[in-house]
Design a protein around this ligand. Structure first.
Ligand code: HEM
Length: 395
């Protein structure tokens, strides 16, 4: 009988051999508590694409967050028609133009952080680069003043851990998540009132003003959306910058290739996203009788899609355990790191822009980048797997 230990903390630094063993052994594994873990690409892709696999069952019950009333959930956790309406309204304000407009902020922040890092010589790349960049970008996007940024770091960490399956959280972690949600909501309620009185050039003002044929976002919907943008857009990007850098340091030939190949950056970050998915799992719920991975499911059954395993499925990807920065210079199957279907990451374009600018600058401006002595540690999070520290030398 297969026993899966890939979510145990001792394997957080490298869960991939355990994902691989499980994927080879079975397309579907019963986690303790009965939830099904889906391991192969085609099954994960099917579940993400079909809306019969939803976020709650046909009666609106969500087995992953039974204690949270639907009106407190952001649209990532909702099904059509609510999801369609909310995502449509948010997309009217969070446009490609808004994202492109963040380029100067991203470039200047990267340049500034790298100047400081090069002066320091040896440092923790998470603390000095991977973490502050997305924090400044998300705060810049939402219009949160610089002095309030430290508050966000704390809330976002609590919310990111809070995305893990409920039974894995300790009572104190659940309390911390509840407190972060309360404090974050209070902060945004205040910011929203200020922007309604005096609109600024930021997403909080734009979302407050958005309107589609008379429909608008209500105050609770706005607050849920701000929390989603913060928790979905920040820790994920920290994770890809840090894990991506580590993957490059462990593959010096690929790092040199990036440095020597103009124009490789957009393809390189696509491969890093496949190889080191920030979001390792996604959850779905059957909205009626369904079949997947050779098993029958009933309304209300929950499944966990192991995206990080799907991205290394040899049925789909050639030589999947190899980091190949040229993979996406040719036609190659899409990875599932930004999901697929109606919940495809709304911030994917922003994430790509940020990570491309950050890593391209790091690769070019720190040609002697190397691992330094010190521990490579990870946070306990399973879903958003991210490093706590990455000690490096730049000189
Ligand atoms: C490397 C960075 C990122 C990764 C890997 C990532 C990944 C994902 C994934 C996998 C989902 C779908 C989850 C599911 O279906 O269960 C998602 C949804 C979402 N992401 Fe991202 N994300 C990233 C950055 C961002 C950024 C920067 C933003 C915005 C500031 C953002 C906003 C969203 C939103 C709003 C959704 C919900 C979409 C929906 O339900 O329709 N993400 N993201």
């Amino acid at each position: 009988m297969t026993t899966f230990t890939g979510f145990d903390y001792e394997h957080r630094a490298d869960p991939y051999p355990r994902y691989r063993a499980l994927r080879e052994a079975t397309p579907l594994y019963r986690l303790p508590g009965g939830m099904a873990l889906v391991t192969r690409y085609h099954d994960c892709s099917t579940a993400l694409s079909e809306t019969k696999w939803g976020r709650a069952d046909a009666n609106g019950f969500n087995p992953f967050a039974p204690e949270v009333p639907p009106e407190q959930l952001p649209f990532l956790f909702l099904d059509p028609p609510d999801h369609t309406r909310l995502r449509g309204l948010v997309a009217k304000a969070f446009t490609p133009r808004v994202i492109a407009g963040l380029r100067p902020l991203i470039e200047s922040t990267v340049a500034e952080l790298l100047d400081e890092a090069r002066a320091a010589g040896e440092l923790d790349l998470v603390e000095s680069f991977a973490y502050p960049l997305p924090l400044r970008v998300i705060c810049g996007l939402l219009g949160v003043p610089a002095r309030d940024r430290p508050l966000f770091g704390g809330w976002s960490s609590a919310l990111a851990r809070g995305l893990d399956p409920g039974p894995l959280l300790s009572p104190s972690e659940r309390d911390t998540r509840a407190r972060a949600m309360r404090d974050g909501q209070a902060y945004f309620r205040d910011l929203l009132a200020k922007r309604r009185a005096e609109p600024a050039d930021d997403l909080v003002s734009a979302l407050a003003a958005v309107e589609e044929q008379g429909d608008v976002l209500t105050e609770p919907e706005l607050l849920n959306t701000f929390a989603l943008l913060l928790s979905g857009g920040f820790e994920t990007t920290v994770s890809l910058i840090a894990n991506g850098t580590l993957a490059l340091l462990r593959n010096p030939g690929q790092l040199a290739l990036w440095r020597d190949t103009p124009g490789l950056a957009p393809h390189a970050i696509e491969e890093l996203a496949r190889f080191e998915p920030s979001v390792q799992i996604a959850a779905r719920v059957a909205r009626g009788p369904l079949n997947l991975a050779g098993h029958a499911f009933d309304n209300g059954d929950g499944i966990v899609l192991l995206l990080a395993s799907a991205n290394r499925d040899p049925e789909v990807f050639e030589d999947p355990e190899r980091l190949d920065l040229t993979r996406y210079t040719r036609p190659a199957p899409a990875h599932l790191s930004f999901a697929k279907g109606i919940h495809f990451c709304l911030g994917a374009a922003l994430a790509r822009l940020e990570v491309e600018i950050a890593l391209d600058a790091l690769v070019r401006r720190a040609p002697r980048l190397a691992l330094a002595a010190g521990d490579l540690t990870y946070l306990p999070n399973i879903s958003i797997r991210r490093m706590r520290a990455l000690p490096v030398r730049l000189r």
